[in-house]
Design a protein around this ligand. Structure first.
Ligand SMILES: [Ca+2]
Length: 339
């Protein structure tokens, strides 16, 4: 009897000890995975911070490169040769990881192209500076908007940004926006970012898709004839008015051919542009007249640059950070920064 009692006690102690050991084992596993998870997250946070700093370095490097460009006409695009390095597009390889700047553009016929380096912002039309004719022409050239509608939307764009509250012919001011089901105020000031144009009366998502890569709120307001895409060039021709389609197409083709041959326009004004084209291909009187009119909306300079800097650290599960930015060389400051 006594012996059995001892055996039962021994059994209970063994079960208890096993339970304690089992619990300790579970605790040890839990602690170790907690510690390891924390080590991993600390390590990831560190890599994340490093990749951010690398991206910032790439921004600084690209800005420094814009300072070394003395030619005002510098063609920032490298679309003619996608493998060549664009301005500020050198890959920085450091011990911790790598960083570089790239930009994406809507190319010739609506293809998205990724290029190394910076994009010249003056290849786009500045919606804070463009006149009604140019905004309407862009809508016609870049979307399926008809001319009458485009002219009305262009008036709405001008009303949105002008300080007065008196609608232009066919335009819309605060009286229209206040009467909407979900009313909002007309800006009566400059667009702060391109997407704001979606608030303008009759601007649809579809129209915006066509123009988004071709508009900006930065830069001096004239379009750089060295970097503008064919749709923007056609809009400039169209906005000049009066020329027939054949003349407009011929002028745009001659500008493109001149650039594609590796030349750049170097002097401001229609006369300089015309002189350079004439030295390369024959220009008819109609084309000459059209170029003279286009000249007032064109420049040859690049002073604003856009890019996306990407920093990356680690091979497996790399930490990646991106910074999209616009640098205004004339103002010597970053005018747009998005992380
Ligand atoms: Ca207004």
């Amino acid at each position: 009897m006594r012996k059995n009692h001892h055996r039962e006690r021994g059994g209970s102690i063994l079960i208890l000890a096993t339970c304690v050991l089992f619990s300790l084992a579970i605790l040890a596993v839990a602690v170790s995975s907690y510690v390891s998870a924390n080590i991993n997250s600390v390590s990831w946070l560190k890599r994340n911070e490093q990749s951010y700093l690398l991206a910032r370095s790439a921004v600084e490097y690209a800005i420094a490169e814009t300072m070394t460009v003395t030619d005002v006409w510098y063609r920032a695009e490298s679309e003619s040769s996608p493998t060549s390095r664009g301005l500020g597009g050198e890959e920085l390889i450091l011990a911790q990881g790598s960083a570089m700047v790239y930009h994406r553009t809507v190319s010739d016929r609506d293809n998205i192209v990724t290029n190394s380096g910076l994009e010249n912002e003056e290849r786009r039309i500045n919606i804070n500076k463009a006149d009604r004719a140019l905004i309407a022409s862009l809508l016609v050239q870049a979307t399926d908007c008809d001319a009458i509608k485009a002219n009305s939307i262009a008036a709405n764009v001008l009303d949105w940004r002008d300080p007065d509250t008196e609608p232009l012919d066919g335009g819309a001011e605060n009286s229209y926006y206040a009467g909407l089901k979900s009313p909002y105020e007309c800006r009566d000031g400059d667009f702060r970012f391109p997407e704001e144009i979606l608030l303008v009366k009759d601007m649809t998502e579809e129209f915006f898709e066509g123009i988004r890569g071709r508009i900006t709120v930065y830069g001096h307001g004239k379009v750089n004839v060295n970097t503008a895409d064919p749709v923007v060039l056609m809009s400039l021709a169209h906005a000049a008015g009066s020329a027939d389609a054949t003349t407009m197409e011929a002028v745009v083709a001659k500008i493109e051919n001149y650039r594609d041959a590796g030349h750049a326009f170097t002097s401001e004004g229609a006369a300089g542009i015309l002189k350079q084209i004439s030295s390369y291909s024959a220009v008819s009187d109609e084309e000459r007249a059209l170029l003279a009119k286009m000249g007032k909306r064109m420049s040859v300079g690049a002073s604003c640059f856009r890019g996306t800097a990407v920093g990356q650290v680690g091979n497996e599960n790399p930490a990646t950070r991106r910074i999209e930015f616009v640098y205004d060389k004339r103002k010597r400051k970053l005018v747009y920064w998005h992380e």
